[in-house]
Design a protein around this ligand. Sequence first.
Ligand code: SF4
Length: 385
Amino acid sequence: MSSIYLHIPFCKQACHYCNFHFSTSLKYKAEMVKAMLQELELRQDYLIDKELDSIYFGGGTPSLLTEGELMQFFEQIEKRFTIKPDAEITLEANPDDLTKEKVSALRRTPVNRLSIGVQSFFEEDLRFFNRAHSASEARASLEDALAAGFDGLTIDLIYGSPTTSDAHWEENLNITFGYDIPHVSCYALTVEERTALFHFIQTGKAPPVDEARAARQFERLVAAMRSQGYLQYEISNFARPGHFAVHNSSYWKGEPYLGLGPSAHSYNGESRQWNVANNAKYLRAFQDLPGFKKQVSPSTGLFEIEYLSPDDRYNEYVMTGLRTIWGVELLRLRQMGKTYEQHFLQHIQSFIDAGQAEREGETVRLTDAGKFLADGIAAAVFTYR
Ligand code: SF4
């Protein structure tokens, strides 16, 4: 399996909780597209398997790309790779960008799945998050996408915000179920350093995030999704059977992917590398390349690289395994080395005893009680040598 991820590093405005890489100045969008096309050309041999199962436009806000810009990416990708006929081609879109005209334009491109950043259907939450869209735009974007025939649809929702009462959260879920969309991602509001939200909480302008509220709303989320026939195939991701996201699943299963654009990560089975998270430096790295003949290397300042040790592989596997429906397979740990299996079994036992994890044959998974604590449980079974 092979995938391409394209990071479009522009947003209309900064959401208060966001620590992704983006710029609110769109001045260099055309140059950025050109540079990313160059990166695609330079790094076309990064993926050994040239048949793509998924292409994902993330960001930032990829719905700021014009139809023409998107088609430039597809033309370049098709020159160098084969896009499988059933490939999943996702574009993250914000509701305020998804006018009827925009949705029609996107239907003319190979994009077959929209990931819409709804976050909430309540104005109070959207203002607290500093989202660029309104509650009515959230609904309209979904209706227009469905009417245009985008049946591969997913939305993002945020729970645990000080503005989201339990009743509002229940209503957000009910509105979502009313649209009968096949895939939903729900994230707890987290307070990252160097965000406006962090600053507001530090200075008393916003109340701190209430962990108990987040835990309660997560519990309600899991139960409601299950009652509606969604499978929780990863802690934050719910899908109807047959609608697991190819992009996310291949990432969690350790399949290779090529990431293009500032801050984008790539993985080829041996190493991870990540591009510089700075638009100006990224653009400069390409301007410095004479005629694209030079190989892209860390010396150009474009990216950093990390070769994975056996311990890194073990830690990554248990981290993602515990978060997903596939769990941690003991056979796979054995293949990594007997000591890894022993280490894992020894450290997971207390969580099994506490009812937060369970062993079924050769697989260990988290229970509902353990899912909200997944990061802490993973940290407890990591190896730190
Ligand atoms: S639109 Fe998305 S990437 Fe941009 S600031 Fe908001 S959350 Fe972050």
